[in-house]
Design a protein around this ligand. Structure first.
Ligand code: CMC
Length: 427
């Protein structure tokens, strides 16, 4: 059961039309304070107006804690800095969904489920043949996940929740296979089936890059860096795609269709799609030969362009994920003997912006997407697959939030609005 938020015993006093009401102030386990407005409309007839939820906590959650001012990110209490050093992505997925790291027995059982669910239904494999050439893999992935609902039509919400390990393993494992198949199809190569003897990340790299004419050598450095990246993307509390997942889930839509909505939300360039947009931007800068020109464009209020991989709704300091990724990016490129000139461009861009008044004033720092693409390039992953990798990482987070919300018997999400259209007219 989801823990209840605690009342502080304090109240915010609100005066509406001469009437005074008291709104309880609640506090979370890390000291975040909120004004509980649940009774507001009933008592005053007013609603709150908060476009884009700049000030609104849409729920209480135990999954992930972020302190945007101090650059802290923890899953179920554990700092990401410790998780990336000590556990695997599969352990992290289990942690997010269950609230605790798996025991050796639980880990064995969960790994077996991942292997057992790693194949796609053969009929599904043929779907890939009918997407237009050049279709973006994120859209293929979203469609394919939605199609899972047609292969498991009788799986109701409660049985999915009851057997959450099976639901999680099926999604995490199948989606990885779908992602690799989508890539193979996009380049016209035969698909590669998963192997039972490989770890989650090694299997993904194998399915992406092995070929009948050129066997893929799985390097441990590549497996480790993918593992790290997936952990760092695994959850980020109430972001746009998680909110989409929670919103659909609240209508009791099945889990596959719900996750498909998360994929769609994540594909946007202001969200997960930014990792691909960063590389486009860095290449553009390189062609133009001027970092300063790009920065001037980002600062120009008459130009909609923004620096991709910069800024965040919650972080007003360095994104802690970006800090780790930047450091690991240097180490990984060195280990793989990769010399990527885009890394130089990225570092110059970061260096100038961190000293620029515009970015300092607005507290805009590199986010998770700024350096991740350079690692993906060194892994040989094509740019249109970057956001797909983000989605693979984010799956456990979406499932954890879905489980938490369904388990708490949350009401259907249904915001209000302030109508500003035409008043009554007659024809
Ligand atoms: N480049 C230039 N200016 C920026 C940027 C940027 N990347 N981000 C924000 N600003 C400016 C913005 O113009 C505004 O200026 P002013 O106060 O003069 O109007 C101010 O900073 C505040 O921006 P905002 O739009 O109110 O911030 P937001 O919280 O609504 O948006 C954001 C957050 C991530 C959408 C935004 O920073 C952005 O568009 N960044 C680029 C896209 C990106 O990297 N997205 C990935 C986010 S992290 C991973 C994820 O969530 O998936």
């Amino acid at each position: 059961m989801l823990k209840k938020v605690k009342p502080t015993g304090e109240f915010a006093t609100l005066t509406v039309g001469g009437q005074q009401i008291q709104l309880p102030i609640v506090i979370g386990s890390e000291g975040e304070r909120g004004i509980d407005v649940a009774e507001l409309r009933k008592k005053t007839g007013c609603v709150t107006l908060d476009p884009s939820f700049m000030n609104t906590a849409s729920c209480c959650s135990e999954v992930t804690f972020i302190d945007g001012e101090r650059g802290i990110l923890r899953y179920r209490g554990y700092p990401i800095e410790e998780l990336v050093r000590k556990v695997s992505f599969v352990d992290t997925a289990y942690l997010l969904v269950h609230g605790a790291l798996p025991s050796p027995g639980e880990k064995r059982k969960f790994s077996q489920l991942l292997t057992a669910n790693s194949l796609l239904h053969e009929d599904m494999r043929h779907f890939f043949d009918h997407f237009p050439r050049g279709a973006h893999p994120m859209h293929i992935l979203g469609t394919m996940i939605n199609a899972l609902s047609t292969f498991y039509p009788n799986v109701d919400l409660l049985s999915m929740l009851d057997d959450i390990d099976l639901s999680t393993a099926r999604l995490i494992s199948t989606v990885r296979t779908m992602a690799a198949f989508a890539y193979k199809k996009s380049i016209g190569d035969p698909v590669v089936y998963p192997r039972h003897d490989l770890s989650y990340c090694a299997n993904f790299l194998y399915m992406m890059f092995d070929s009948p004419i050129k066997p893929y050598v799985i390097r441990p450095e590549a497996v480790d860096i993918l593992n790290l990246l997936l952990i760092l993307h695994a959850d980020h509390e109430q972001n746009c795609s998680t909110t989409a997942v929670r919103t659909l889930g609240s209508a009791q839509v099945n889990l596959y269709a719900t996750i498909s909505a998360g994929i769609s939300a994540l594909s946007g360039p202001l969200h997960g799609g930014a990792n691909q947009a960063v590389i486009d931007m860095l290449k553009h800068i390189q062609r133009e030969g001027s970092v300063k020109k790009c920065i001037a464009k980002a600062k120009d209020k008459d130009d909609p362009f923004r620096l991709m991989g910069f800024g965040h709704r919650v972080y007003k300091t360095f994104d802690p994920r970006a800090k780790i990724i930047k450091e690991e990016c240097h180490k990984f490129l060195k280990a793989m003997h990769v010399d990527d000139s885009l890394l130089e461009v990225a570092m110059e861009l970061e260096d100038i912006t961190l000293r620029d008044e515009y970015f300092i004033e607005r507290k805009l720092y590199p986010n998770v997407d700024f350096y991740s693409g350079i690692i993906y390039r060194a892994l040989g992953i094509p740019e249109n697959m970057f956001t797909v990798i983000f989605a693979l990482g984010r799956l456990p987070g979406w499932i954890a939030h879905w489980k938490e919300m369904i388990g708490a018997h949350t009401k259907i999400t249904r915001p209000r609005q302030i109508y500003v259209g035409e008043t009554l007219k007659h024809l």
